[in-house]
Design a protein around this ligand. Structure first.
Ligand code: MG
Length: 253
């Protein structure tokens, strides 16, 4: 069942989203050569708590950290550890926040130091795919329009979309219905109506779309099957009568 939120509930999600946005900005600045992924995780947790929230991923399905950090061929669900970033790394950071009973979910991917042009092109295309998804996330459109927009952006650039993972409804729970595929046919699926709140999250691979799971201390990290790079961007949005409200935009609260 898709839970429709009241304007007051959306305001509360926006407050959670403002915390996530602030932390995302800090992480973007901090992802430099020499810093370890565990240090980024500590930064995220400290910032979330200082801003009054709690890390939404810590303990969720047993995840051991506050931040999912996925490097290079890792797509999502990477676990922070003692790996230090080096120039040229592609780093995806996924941040979940719970604040006063409501959730926000946002992610970004950055290149560390000087990265090859193809790395930057993958990152820029994935961010553009998220913008496309937000653009079509409007009342009267359908869920399939979102996936179609992401897929179109990816294929025009010669990249593939991850098909086994995607976005989701969000609200009092981090993961609610519906599942939001990053592929699909325009005009198909449930109609988007005001009050729907969705985490839109394109994941694009430089190579093929196939994925596999790799064990990391009992936790499954999702990687590209062909070892190619993967990038990930995410915003939590609310459907309105007009353009979608980006609840994890900086300064949204
Ligand atoms: Mg998400």
């Amino acid at each position: 069942m898709i839970v429709i939120k009241t304007p007051a509930e959306i305001d509360r999600m926006r407050a959670a989203g403002a915390i996530a946005a602030e932390v995302r900005e800090q992480l973007a600045m901090a992802a430099r050569p020499g810093v370890t992924t565990a240090e980024l995780d500590r930064l995220a947790e400290t910032s979330i708590r200082r801003l009054g929230g709690r890390p939404g991923f810590k303990g969720l399905y047993g995840f051991p950290a506050s931040l999912c950090i996925s490097l290079n061929r890792e797509i999502v669900h990477g676990v922070p550890g003692d790996r230090a970033l080096v120039a040229g790394d592609l780093v995806s950071m996924d941040i979940g926040v719970v604040y006063r009973g409501f959730c926000a979910d946002t992610a970004l991917t950055v290149a560390v130091g000087d990265a090859p042009p193809e790395t930057n092109r993958l990152i820029e295309t994935t961010e553009a795919a998220l913008a496309d998804a937000i653009e079509v996330c409007r009342a009267g459109n359908r869920l399939g329009d979102i996936g179609a927009a992401v897929e179109r952006r990816a294929s025009l650039a010669g990249f593939s979309v991850v098909r086994d993972f995607g976005g989701h409804g969000i609200g009092r729970k981090m993961h609610e219905e519906p599942w939001v595929a990053n592929f699909g046919a325009p005009g198909t699926g449930p109609e988007l109506v005001p009050g729907m709140t969705l985490a839109l999250e394109p994941m694009l691979n430089a190579g093929g779309s196939a994925v596999r799971a790799v064990d990391s201390g009992g936790w499954s990290v999702i990687v590209t099957a062909d070892g190619s790079l993967s990038a990930h961007f995410e915003h939590t949005v609310a459907v309105t009568d007009g353009a979608a409200l980006v609840l994890t935009a900086r300064g949204a609260a």
